[in-house]
Design a protein around this ligand. Structure first.
Ligand SMILES: CC(C)(COP(=O)(O)OP(=O)(O)OC[C@H]1O[C@@H](n2cnc3c(N)ncnc32)[C@H](O)[C@@H]1OP(=O)(O)O)[C@@H](O)C(=O)NCCC(=O)NCCS
Length: 165
């Protein structure tokens, strides 16, 4: 069974080595530290059962306010180590993230992904995310930049009941 816990500082030195495939974006230690300090509950690591407690995957996210004071969440990074894929680890991490944002009263969660990343596209669709738009050359790879899909999931909120006078 997958268990999640808040990321610790000692995890940050290990997580870039969880996955080296081309679809896993590499981030600096500064990126991870900033997220962990600002949004600790949205920086989660999945741990395998057993005494070694091996790291299986992680998620980093944030939340912000729109100009209209509405809360929205953003998934900044999600990766699962190749040896633990297709057993529901990403689903567990994303479900946890969505539940926290829903609890905070967020209207939606969004994220960007490479258009070539079929596994991620299928994952997000299976979780209720939908394609909102394509952003050209979002990933500045040289010599061939890649477009991104912005994926978004809305949380249903009850309509305000208007008092009829
Ligand atoms: C994408 C990724 C996070 C999926 O992690 P995972 O733990 O294997 O995903 P899950 O086991 O929770 O999969 C849930 C569903 O997503 C879809 N999915 C996941 N991997 C898939 C793949 N390789 N091909 C097609 N669909 C896939 C399936 O619908 C799957 O359900 P199923 O196994 O019942 O068919 C993982 O492959 C990964 O880390 N990739 C590299 C980094 C990356 O792309 N991150 C996302 C950047 S936006």
């Amino acid at each position: 069974m997958t268990s999640l816990r808040e990321m610790r500082f000692d995890d940050l030195f290990k997580i870039n080595s969880l996955a080296f495939d081309s679809l896993t974006e590499m981030y600096s230690l500064t990126f991870f530290v900033k997220h962990l300090l600002e949004f600790p509950e949205l920086s989660q690591i999945a741990i395998a059962p057993g005494p070694e407690g091996r790291r299986m995957g992680y998620i980093f996210g944030v939340y912000h306010l729109t100009k209209n004071n509405e809360i929205y969440g953003h998934v900044a990074a999600l990766t699962v180590s190749p040896e633990y894929r297709r057993i529901g680890v990403a689903t567990t991490l994303m479900d946890f993230f969505d539940r926290i944002l829903d609890f905070k009263g967020a209207n939606y969660v969004d994220l960007y992904m490479r258009v070539s990343n079929k596994a991620a596209y299928d994952l997000y669709c299976s979780l209720g995310y939908a394609l909102r738009r394509t952003v050209q050359d979002y990933y500045p790879d040289q010599p061939n930049p890649e477009d991104a899909y912005e994926m978004r999931k809305y949380f249903p909120r009850p309509l305000e009941v208007q008092a009829v006078g």
